[in-house]
Design a protein around this ligand. Sequence first.
Ligand SMILES: CC(C)(COP(=O)(O)OP(=O)(O)OC[C@H]1O[C@@H](n2cnc3c(N)ncnc32)[C@H](O)[C@@H]1OP(=O)(O)O)[C@@H](O)C(=O)NCCC(=O)NCCS
Length: 239
Amino acid sequence: MGRTPSSAADPLVGLSIGTGNPLSEQKAVRGVPRGPGGQGVTLKRGELHVWRVRLREQPRLEPTAGESARAARFVTAPLRRRYLRSHSALRDILGSLTSSRVDFALHEHGKPYLPGVPALRFNLAHSGEMALVAVALDVEVGVDVEHLRPLPGFAAVADRFFPPGYPPPRSARQFFQYWTRLEAILKAQGVGLYGAGAVIEGDWMVREIDAGSRNYVAAVATSDQSLEVQIHDYGAEEE
Ligand SMILES: CC(C)(COP(=O)(O)OP(=O)(O)OC[C@H]1O[C@@H](n2cnc3c(N)ncnc32)[C@H](O)[C@@H]1OP(=O)(O)O)[C@@H](O)C(=O)NCCC(=O)NCCS
């Protein structure tokens, strides 16, 4: 499987590369305007963009019928707001990168994708008041973010869900660091937690991401380690 952890303390960083999917003819796509001036960000082949989305703000886009129905199932208003804001941001970012309709479909284990724009790969993660949207062209991506919190049982969770042979985390913070790296890979693969506890198949590049607050840890994974990772703040003019 070619997995080469860089150090015992850092089991999911520094993995060797795998090949990406066949490249399409599309070279770059124009990015979401980030301010009243309409500043755009261009997503180029070879780049992986991670958008940091603060979930305290109101959604920019009207929800779709499906989003409204799902939001209605959340018990509290903050949970509904966070869900709607993160999905509004996801559609806004993706919509700025394609002229096609942003119509989602789901892979077998629930990973959303765009059947009409197969070159545009993305993944969403949210925790607490933060969401991350990762996007790349023709290369599978996965992202995870976790709000740091006390987790007295972290050793047992690690024991159950981490791949065999991984060193046990020494603190809750280290647990969440390892966890986000692992989940980013599982989300890039599209298997999600169905893949937890098993040996990781394939070769993945994992990077820790600055989630914009020391109360969060985050990671992004991709099958192409040559990708240049860029961080952008979504709706920065609103903060
Ligand atoms: C998908 C999964 C990895 C999400 O983990 P999480 O920490 O709860 O949530 P995150 O914020 O990291 O990611 C959620 C987003 O990942 C995306 N996603 C969903 N399934 C995915 C998959 N298999 N692979 C990659 N991304 C996925 C969605 O965009 C989702 O957003 P939404 O829930 O707002 O629609 C995890 O819930 C899982 O694997 N579930 C499968 C098992 C399951 O569904 N069990 C039912 C409840 S026990």
